[in-house]
Design a protein around this ligand. Structure first.
Ligand SMILES: NC(=O)c1ccc[n+]([C@@H]2O[C@H](COP(=O)([O-])OP(=O)(O)OC[C@H]3O[C@@H](n4cnc5c(N)ncnc54)[C@H](OP(=O)(O)O)[C@@H]3O)[C@@H](O)[C@H]2O)c1
Length: 213
């Protein structure tokens, strides 16, 4: 699968490595793409570098992993390219970092994923990876025993299925919690957030009795 990565920082670069290892192709992107060339070289033939717009156009699926306050600042070309595409949204709202947009996203009663859809109309947003601390992601992907759990929420069933598979390919355990507004249950500040929990532990934390795909 071709995965376009918008935001190749801590989370984006670790997931890029995990997906390349699983046989996917990635395009890392930055507003300063030259700065990613060394990383792409390390990752090998399956990795390339581009601008956020190029990654948005190239990817079959997109990882959006930037500060929440930057989402409304994405260019119109990026937004247009995301229409109809699956967008994995790892972004958490932090008012100290994200300003007014962070406050707005945090106060959104339907959660930060629903807030993001207002700025990215037409994208099939799946909230994913937002609960996983980057160091734990780097150290514990493919861990022995119960895999590190990743709660997912989205309104499009096929998008959820595709993202759940990409979570598995990264060496993590997917847990579909429900529609996009159910991401409110695992936004930052909730017990599920950076808990390091497995899928079964997450089911307990979230009070769910549902099966992962
Ligand atoms: N760190 C964690 O443990 C963790 C865990 C779960 C979720 N998250 C969330 O996931 C998101 C990413 O976190 P991170 O820690 O990976 O952040 P990070 O290391 O600071 O990387 C963020 C990346 O976003 C890019 N970026 C910023 N503004 C942009 C814009 N307007 N257009 C395109 N790219 C832009 C930056 O690239 P350039 O400046 O090169 O363009 C930067 O590399 C955040 O919302 C964070 O809250 C973080």
């Amino acid at each position: 699968m071709k995965i376009g990565i918008i935001g190749s920082g801590k989370i984006g670069s670790i997931l890029a490595k995990l997906w390349v290892k699983a046989g996917h192709d990635v395009m890392l992107s930055s507003r300063h793409p030259d700065q990613l060339k060394t990383l792409a070289k390390e990752l090998g033939m399956r990795a390339s570098v581009g601008t956020p717009e190029q990654a948005a156009q190239w990817g079959d699926v997109i990882l959006l992993s930037i500060p929440t306050g930057e989402i409304p600042k994405l260019s119109q070309n990026v937004r247009d390219a995301l229409i109809g595409k699956i967008v994995m949204d790892s972004c958490n709202p932090f008012p100290d970092r994200d300003g007014e947009y962070g406050v707005e996203a945090q106060r959104e009663v339907k959660g930060s994923g629903v807030w993001a859809t207002r700025h990215l109309p037409g994208a099939k947003i799946v909230k994913a990876f937002n609960t996983v601390y980057f160091q734990q992601l780097a150290d514990e992907a493919h861990r022995q025993g119960d895999l590190l759990g990743v709660p997912l929420a989205g309104d499009d069933k096929e998008a959820l299925r595709v993202v759940a598979k990409l979570v598995q390919d990264a060496g993590l355990g997917p847990l579909v919690v429900g529609d996009l507004k159910s991401a409110k249950q695992f936004d930052n500040g909730t017990p599920a957030f950076v808990s390091g929990a497995s899928v079964h532990e997450l089911e307990e934390i979230l009070g769910l009795n549902i099966k992962s795909p």
